[in-house]
Structure formats: C-alpha cells, structure tokens
Design a protein around this ligand. Structure first.
Ligand SMILES: *Cc1c(COP(=O)(O)O)cnc(C)c1O
Length: 422
C-alpha cells in the first residue's frame, strides 16, 4: 500500500503549467487573457523588453535613484501614478519592475511588490490591512518574526491576535470575532510543516469578509499557488527558493491590482522597503533555474525523508509527502511538491549524543534559513543551554533539514555514518 502510494507520488508529478488549466477561479480567468504565460516564458522572457536596451539578453541594472521628466506635462502625468511610472526608485525602478512582473505571473497574481526582506513583505501586507481595534487570526507558530510582528509590534498599536491550530477549520472559525480583519496562514507551517486547507480557509474568510494572506515560502510558486484557491495575498521570503543562491535577502507580496496599489501608496512608499536594482538583477538570475532547483531539492528531499522514516534511530519525521503523514491527501491536493524541507525527531538518550551526531556531519552546514544550493541543518539542541534564553517549545531531539543541490546519495551516506553515534 505504502509502496503503491509512493509510486503514485512519482508518476503523478504534475508540472507547473498543466495544473492551472483545471482551475476555475476569477484569477485564472485573468491569466487566461494573457497569452504565453507558461513557466518557461515567465522565467526566460516575461517583462524583458529587450528592444529598449540593445537587445541585450540579460537585463540592465538601472542603478539610479531618480528619473528626469522631459517636459512639465510629463512631470504632471507621471507624478500622479508612481506605481505605473518611473519617478523615484523608492517606488518604481525598471530592473525591479521586470522582476515584479515575473513574480506576479509565477503566483498567477495581477501584480507584485518586492521588498528588502521577507519580513518586510510580511509586515507591509499585514499593516496595510489593519488599524487600531482590529483583530488578526493567525496560524500557530508562524515564522519567528511574523510572530514578533503580532505579539510585540502590533500589540503596541492595539491590534489584537489569536493563534489557532491551522489543521482545524472549526478552531479557525471559532477564533473569528466581529473586529477580525485578517486570516494569516503559513502552509506548510514552520518546523513541523502542518498544512491548512487553503480552499476551505479562503471560503470561510470570504463569509466573514476577512482578507486572507499566506506565507508561501515553503513551496515557492513552483509547488503551490494559493491564489488558485481564493487566497487574497501571497507572501514570500524570496531569500529562500526564489533567489536560491544564499546571496540576497528579498521579500515578495503578490495580489490583485487594487491591493498592490493600496500597499504601494501607503506602507511601501512610507516605510521604504524596496529591493535595490542590483539585488533585483541577482534574484532574476536566480529565477532562471527555479524549476531545475526545485525539482532537484524535491527529489533529494523525498529520497532522504523516506529513507530516514524507515531508520531504527528515527522516532518521527515531519514531511507532508510521506504516505504516513496525517495530511498526505491534502498535500497531494494543494501542493505539486514539497521542495527540500523536512524535520526529524531522532531516537537518542542524551543531548551530548545529538551534538556528537552533528559534529560528525561533513556535508551539512549548521545554519538558519534554507532554499539555497547548500544543504543545511537547524539543530534545535543549539537553542538549549544558552544563558538568559528560554529553551524552545521543540525537543532537543528535533532537527530541521534542508536538502540542497548536492548529490543525494552522498548526503545519505554522510547521515548514515554520523547517525552511528546516536
Ligand atoms: C525566512 C523566512 C521569512 C523571512 O524572510 P527574510 O527574507 O529572512 O526576511 C518569512 N517566512 C518564512 C517562512 C521564512 O522561512
């Protein structure tokens, strides 16, 4: 049975542009009007008006803060629409604008904004949709700085929140109050990768007039497009898969034109978090190989996670595409793949043995973040035994793995030799 399902998982491999043809939402209709919006076109050509810059294949980095107006009339026209024109690079810049077009198309959204970090993107999307006296329903244990935005920052401005178990739709509904304005999702969730049923969450939010937003960094637009399920705003830490080379910090917000205009004319211009033209160029260079990198990480992750799941020194794995995952069916319905992340609880009786295991690893770096070329581990035990620091809610036997682009067999052999000390 398990074998059968695993085989199905592989043969079911859906590709990005096939899937959208079956989706019948408002957003799809918008996309259908545009021609040529297949993945290959988006990554290689969309937004690149080469006739404007010597037919250069690689776009120019327009390294300017300012744009001059040829006439007074032109000044007037451009000034009233800073999002649609080039006036000043805190708002709009030609290199950044190419990247925005590609990212919006990847998420099947009408428009996108890019920020100097993923946290900046989260903060802008949330701030634009609340005011003092409002309430946010948020999935429990979101990304750490999203948590701090709600708990430390927004609390100062009288915006309340309730954290809910995102796997339980009834709990989400019960948390909705008369003053709730936002339903904030992260699917899969950080570290233990619980999913929310995106279609059901969007439908529930519509009944209550809430703006829905999701941090889609885990899947990237390659493996999940929440707008297809009716979600209003899709947020990314582009630092992870979109850039994919561990050399740029970048954030993305995708939504409809009205929402993007609303965020642009207030939070975006006021807080001043735009990405630089230089970094936009690097992110575009990273994007060229998005499909290759995602497929590679996904396949290697599947190999390591399924191997570890059978291993006698493993207590439990957290991986939505394991046939033993309680959310396996939902994962197959709403995600086209997982990417490189999974977590493991190891079977061992001392934190010293956990540390010895980590020290023996040759091919995994110890680090936060993920989504680059290099395989990483986030050892929870490293958050234990720090003076003046509360131990985390997770056990020290837990490890988050990110599987990068190295040879999966070599990574597996490295884990195997290191696990001997557990
Ligand atoms: C890294 C991360 C962020 C924050 O993005 P930065 O680019 O580091 O600011 C937000 N959400 C998730 C899920 C992340 O992994």
């Amino acid at each position: 049975m398990i074998l059968e399902r695993t085989i199905r998982h592989f043969t079911m491999k859906k590709i990005w542009c096939n899937r959208v043809k079956h989706i019948d939402t408002e957003n799809y209709i918008i996309m259908e009007k545009n021609t040529n919006l297949d993945l290959s076109h988006i990554l290689n050509h969309l937004g690149e008006e080469r006739e404007n810059y010597f037919h250069a294949v690689s776009p120019p980095i327009v390294q300017t803060s300012n744009f001059a107006f040829p006439t007074i009339d032109d000044f007037r026209k451009r000034f009233v629409d800073e999002l649609g024109n080039h006036v000043y690079s805190r708002g709009n810049n030609p290199t950044v604008a190419i990247l925005r077009k590609k990212l919006a198309a990847l998420e099947k959204a009408e428009d996108a904004l890019v920020f100097g970090s993923g946290s900046g993107a989260v903060a802008n999307a949330v701030l634009a949709n609340v005011q003092a006296g409002d309430h946010i329903v948020c999935v429990q244990s979101p990304y750490s700085w999203t948590y701090k935005l709600l708990v430390n920052f927004l609390a100062r401005f009288e915006v309340e929140h309730t954290f809910v178990d995102g796997t339980n739709l009834e709990e989400i509904e019960k948390a909705i109050q008369a003053n709730t304005k936002v339903l904030y999702l992260e699917s899969p969730n950080s570290l233990t990768f619980e999913l929310q049923d995106l279609r059901a969450c969007a439908a529930l939010a519509k009944q209550h007039n809430l703006v829905t937003m999701i941090d889609n960094s885990h899947c990237s637009p390659y493996y999940q497009n929440p707008i297809e399920y009716g979600i209003d705003i899709v947020i990314h830490s582009g630092t992870k898969y979109l850039n994919g080379h561990s050399d740029v910090v970048v954030g993305v917000v995708c939504s409809n034109k009205a929402m993007i205009q609303k965020i642009f004319s207030s939070e975006y211009m006021t807080l001043g978090g735009i990405l630089s033209p230089n970094d936009a160029f690097l992110v575009m260079r990273g994007l060229r190989t998005l499909a290759l990198r995602m497929e590679r990480s996904n396949a290697s992750c599947h190999q390591l996670a399924t191997w570890l799941e059978q291993h006698p020194k493993v207590e439990k794995i957290y991986y939505p595409f394991s046939p033993n995952s309680p959310q396996y069916e939902l994962a197959q319905q709403q995600m086209r793949g997982n990417g490189g992340l999974f977590s493991v609880d190891f079977k061992t009786d001392s934190i010293e043995k956990m540390e010895a295991f980590f020290e023996r690893l040759q091919r995994f770096l110890f680090a936060v973040s993920w989504g680059g070329h290099e395989s990483l581990i986030l050892p929870i035990c490293a958050f234990y035994n720090i003076d003046g620091f509360e131990p985390p809610a997770h056990p020290w036997t837990r490890v988050r793995f990110y599987v990068g682009l190295e040879d999966a067999d070599l990574l597996q052999a490295d884990l195997e030799q290191a696990m001997e000390v557990l």
